[in-house]
Design a protein around this ligand. Structure first.
Ligand SMILES: Nc1nc2c(ncn2[C@@H]2O[C@H](COP(=O)(O)OP(=O)(O)OP(=O)(O)O)[C@@H](O)[C@H]2O)c(=O)[nH]1
Ligand SMILES: [Mg+2]
Length: 346
């Protein structure tokens, strides 16, 4: 999963990036990009690794892209063309919103910023729709696309994010090629002052986030970036002092799995034990394709053991004896925690 960190200039994107990745890299120059990867902690992978003692243990990963937007004269004008192109490449957007007084002492206007940034995303999408509709006037044979675009254009003009329109699977598929930003799942990170580290999400921000069709969490990025630099064993005490039970990374991962409706299936063996993130509702065939396109192409069947059964019986062989190993076909909907072996022939 690839997440694009976005938000107005100076909102704390780079600081959030450092808090989540635990990296020490400092702010990139305008135009440059910081890439960071976090591993999703998963006790099920740990358990498999304990049993199989594999050569390699691989956790699900979240990649962050943090880039410094071109300096704009106006604080809120940030979405230039290269920035938009970067964001279109992400699976989800994390919008950092400033809730602390800035360097010049200007107070935060978090709730308004949420709406204003939502408008930026909507306008970026609207310009794509308008250009495309202009072309479609001259081209024949794209009636369905035209009907759909003509339906969403007035919504965008009214400032409504595409993710709030309740588009169906088919419509989303039709629109996928445009990589609309206001259709991307949105997680708002309210970057608060240290004293507010454990405060609940303010109601006005929650309301604006809901109006954008996004979810929101509170984070004191500066403080959490410092905590992320500590030895793992020392972090707990610091977090408890702040009134927090888990660090930024763990809270963030939970929020994004929820936001993106992700689950993980597992693969096991002496070579590698690994977690694979997939959208809830993914079929065995598509899950196979996550591992390798050959496995999808030559799919024969999936052999599945639920992780809980694996723990109860102690091994896959014992699960097989007990009749807990299932043979599933292409259309089987893979469940969170399924341990899967794909049989395939190419
Ligand atoms: N008080 C306080 N200051 C913060 C916090 N997060 C960031 N800052 C400060 O705000 C300024 C901007 O933070 P950055 O993380 O660089 O913000 P950014 O969004 O990456 O900025 P650009 O990339 O230039 O758009 C820096 O001086 C940070 O030290 C915070 O949680 N509390
Ligand atoms: Mg930055």
């Amino acid at each position: 999963m690839k997440v694009g960190l976005t938000g107005f200039a100076g909102a704390g994107k780079t600081t959030v990036f450092l808090a989540l990745t635990g990296l020490e890299t400092k702010a990139a120059a305008p135009g440059a990009v910081n890439l960071g990867v976090i591993k999703v902690p998963d006790p099920r992978v740990d358990k498999l690794a304990e049993v199989y003692e594999p050569r390699k243990t691989t956790y699900a990963e979240v990649t962050f892209v943090d880039f410094a937007p071109a300096r704009a004269s106006e604080r809120r004008a940030v979405l230039d063309a290269p920035t938009v192109a970067q964001l279109r490449d992400a699976d989800a957007l994390v919008e950092v919103v400033r809730a602390f007084p800035d360097v010049a002492g200007a107070p935060a206007t978090a709730a308004e910023d949420v709406s204003a940034f939502g408008t930026e995303l909507v306008l970026a999408d609207l310009s794509v729709v308008e250009k495309r509709l202009e072309r479609l006037k001259k081209e024949k044979g794209h009636e369905r696309e035209q009907v759909l675009l003509e339906r969403i254009a007035p919504e965008l003009e009214a400032g409504r994010a595409l993710r709030t329109l309740g588009l169906g699977v088919e419509e989303r598929t039709q629109l996928a090629g445009f990589a609309f930003l206001s259709l991307r799942p949105l997680l708002i990170v309210l970057n608060v002052a240290e004293a507010e580290a454990a405060a609940p999400l303010p109601e006005d921000v929650a309301a604006r986030a809901a109006a954008e069709g996004g979810e929101a969490i509170v984070l004191a990025a500066n403080l959490e970036a410092e905590i992320a630099q500590l030895e793992p064993a020392d972090r707990g005490a610091f977090l408890r002092d702040l009134g927090l039970t888990e660090g930024a990374r763990d809270r963030f991962i939970r929020a994004s799995y929820h936001l993106l409706d992700l689950v993980s299936f597992l693969t096991s063996g002496e070579d590698e034990c690994r977690a694979w993130p997939i959208r809830r509702g993914t079929t065995a065939l598509k899950a196979a394709g996550k591992i390798h396109s050959d496995i999808e192409r030559g799919f024969i069947r999936a052999e599945v053991v639920a992780f809980d059964e694996f723990v109860r019986y102690g091994s896959e062989a014992k699960c097989r004896e007990a009749g807990k190993l299932r043979l599933e076909g292409k259309e089987y909907v893979v469940q969170d925690g399924d341990i899967v072996h794909f049989r395939f022939a190419v």
